[in-house]
Design a protein around this ligand. Structure first.
Ligand code: MG
Ligand code: ZN
Length: 192
């Protein structure tokens, strides 16, 4: 059941979606935003959507990245976007290795569920943007809309086959999302 009192969110994958993908990122100096990411996020904010980052960081669970390194990368990531005027409503990480069998490593939807609980979100009205099919599958598992941003034709095909909306650039998702976001509740006088 949709609950109109709850807020909708746009869930965002981090690596490869908001910042350039570094394999098992451990160095804050290498955090580089994807071109157009801050502008897209500003527009999502203006639509009234909560901005929630959901990111797999299995490098921690695999022992490739220390918790301190992961925290330093997170700090730099938030700092870059804060300076660009972006306030995330939540940032959630799964630090587990695939073998751990946790419920939060995408395609499992645990991070989305946790955020929905913490932030009182309506998952059915929410969106998720990621660069892998597994991101979209986490959205589909909770009835949210999955959007895939990729220039890789292989991934794009897999995304379409999984029922995801596929885009080449993050900027391309803005118009698509704008058309689908419910109009925010009127707070002032409305014309008839
Ligand atoms: Mg990614
Ligand atoms: Zn996990």
């Amino acid at each position: 059941m949709l609950d109109s009192r709850k807020r909708a969110a746009v869930f965002l994958d981090r690596d490869g979606t908001l910042i350039k993908d570094a394999n098992y990122p451990s160095n804050p100096a290498e955090v580089t935003p994807v071109p157009g990411a801050a502008e897209a996020l500003r527009q999502f904010q203006a639509m009234g959507l909560a901005l929630v980052v959901v990111s797999n960081q299995s490098g921690v669970g695999r022992g490739f990245v220390t918790e301190a390194q992961a925290a330093a990368v997170d700090t730099k990531f938030r700092e870059i976007f804060r300076r660009a005027g972006i306030a995330f409503d939540g940032v959630y990480y799964c630090p587990h290795s695939p073998e751990a069998g946790c419920d939060c490593r995408k395609p499992q939807p645990g991070l989305l569920r946790r955020a929905a609980e913490d932030l009182d979100l309506s998952l059915a009205d929410s969106f998720l943007i990621g660069d892998k099919v597994e991101d979209g599958q986490a959205a589909q598992a909770v009835g949210a809309s999955g959007m895939l941003v990729t220039l890789d034709s292989e991934r794009a095909r897999a995304g379409l086959a999984s029922g995801l909306a596929v885009f080449e650039r993050l900027a391309d998702t803005v118009a698509a999302l704008g058309r689908r976001v419910k109009a925010p509740l009127a707070t002032g006088p409305t014309s008839p």
